[in-house]
Design a binder for this molecule. Structure first.
Ligand code: C5P
Length: 232
């Protein structure tokens, strides 16, 4: 099924509390249909808020990057599906991914795997006891995710084009987006919405370029318009 244009933009509600998140959702109105709730907000009352957001008709991406024993991951994933989430992230360890796929069952929830955190480099992997390079581990885990039946991957746009060839129809969700002329913040590898879509991304995760804009709604509308142009 084609992805509705507006659903391609996911606004990361990286805000300190529910009141700020509610204010932003109100401000963005119809311009945004999909929101990401991560650790910060989840630990500040963000889960009941996420449930209410889903009930109000918005799509919710729970970016909780689960990784635990299989039983716990499977049961937590069931709860995320009940909460009404559309996307849930887990780390791309095979037992964790299998448990999440089991917990998701036939619900509408889609599981996204995080292959290797983009803040990690080869030295971090070596320190953690891995003998793979980041590049090789990303590829290996992407392949495992596909075999296990994971619905999609979170990937930087730099990885997206390479992954797209390997993972076929799986979803690619890409953060690190900066509209042309925007400030990079702490993102090191940034791309424009057009570049990310051309690289094969299905959904773009955008935080600060929308949250910190003088007019967040206009900023979101501009990104959706740019995505529309890139899809033509
Ligand atoms: O503000 P900004 O657009 O940089 O926000 C990006 C969002 O995407 C944040 O919520 C961040 O946690 C998330 N993210 C990321 N890089 C990754 C994975 C997730 O920036 N590799």
């Amino acid at each position: 099924m084609p992805i509705p244009l507006r659903d391609r933009l996911i606004v990361a509600l990286d805000l300190p509390d529910v009141r700020a998140a509610e204010g932003m959702v109100e401000k963005l109105g119809d311009a945004v249909s999909f929101y990401k709730v991560g650790f910060e907000l989840a630990l500040a009352g963000g889960l009941p808020f996420a449930q209410a957001l889903a009930r109000s008709g918005k799509k919710v991406f729970l970016d909780l990057k689960l990784h635990d024993i299989a039983n716990t991951v499977a049961r937590a994933t069931e709860r995320a599906a009940e909460l009404g989430a559309t996307f849930l992230t887990v780390h791309a360890f095979p037992p964790t991914m299998r448990a999440a796929v089991e917990g998701r069952g036939k619900s509408a929830l889609k599981i996204l795997a995080v292959t290797v955190l983009t803040s990690w480099d080869d030295n971090d992997l070596e320190e953690a006891g891995y003998s793979h390079s980041v590049r090789d581990l990303v590829r290996m885990r992407a392949e495992q995710a596909r075999e296990i039946g994971i619905d999609g991957l979170v990937a930087s746009a730099a990885e997206a084009a390479d992954l797209r060839k390997k993972i076929g129809a799986m979803l690619l969700v890409t953060p690190g987006i900066r509209p042309a002329g925007g400030a990079a913040g702490d993102q090191k590898r940034i791309v424009t919405p057009t570049e990310a879509i051309k690289a094969g991304a299905d959904h773009l995760v955008v935080g600060r370029p929308v949250l910190s804009a003088d007019d967040p709604k206009a900023a979101a509308e501009a990104i959706v318009a740019e995505i529309a142009g890139a899809l033509k």
